[in-house]
Design a protein around this ligand. Structure first.
Ligand code: CMP
Length: 137
């Protein structure tokens, strides 16, 4: 069993597809172990994406992630990290396989509907960024 962090980004929250995205996880063996809706501050977004601080898209990414509320979740299941990334599809929705969350709900590489941890190690770091142990069931 693994745990991973998922974020439903501001574009998907605005579109009203929170339930449809959660259904993809629950229908594919990923349990929602924790969930909350919040609006990231600029400081939150900068710190969360600190690994990208030298990338040219960092400023736009922070602006986008603070443009509206997000839903952050801990997903739990067998191979949860890889399973979540498979369900999300490629970062650029134009390259995402048919039937993936990004192919179905994302508009662009910035407004790409969801974030998912890219490794088990980063999953633990990202989960602890948003959740205390007693918030994870
Ligand atoms: P995410 O999985 O949240 O991780 C970093 C985000 O940066 C990524 O999704 C994209 O939304 C955004 N981004 C914007 N431009 C790029 C790019 N050229 N390569 C990777 N990520 C990008």
């Amino acid at each position: 069993m693994q745990k991973t962090l998922s974020i439903i980004k501001p574009d998907a929250v605005k579109k009203g597809v929170i339930g449809k995205i959660i259904d993809r996880f629950e229908s594919n063996g990923l349990r929602i172990a924790a969930a909350k809706k919040l609006k990231l501050s600029e400081e939150d977004a900068k710190n969360f994406y600190i690994v990208h601080k030298d990338r040219p898209f960092y400023g736009e990414l922070v602006k986008f992630m603070t443009s509206g509320p997000v839903v952050v979740m801990v997903l739990e299941g067998e191979n949860a990290v890889a399973k979540n990334r498979e369900l999300m599809g490629a970062t650029d929705p134009k390259k995402a396989e048919n039937g993936t969350i990004r192919a179905d709900f994302a508009d662009s590489i910035d407004a790409n509907a969801v974030h998912g941890s890219d490794s088990l190690e980063n999953a633990a770091i990202e989960i602890s960024f948003f959740f205390s142990n007693r918030e994870i069931c």
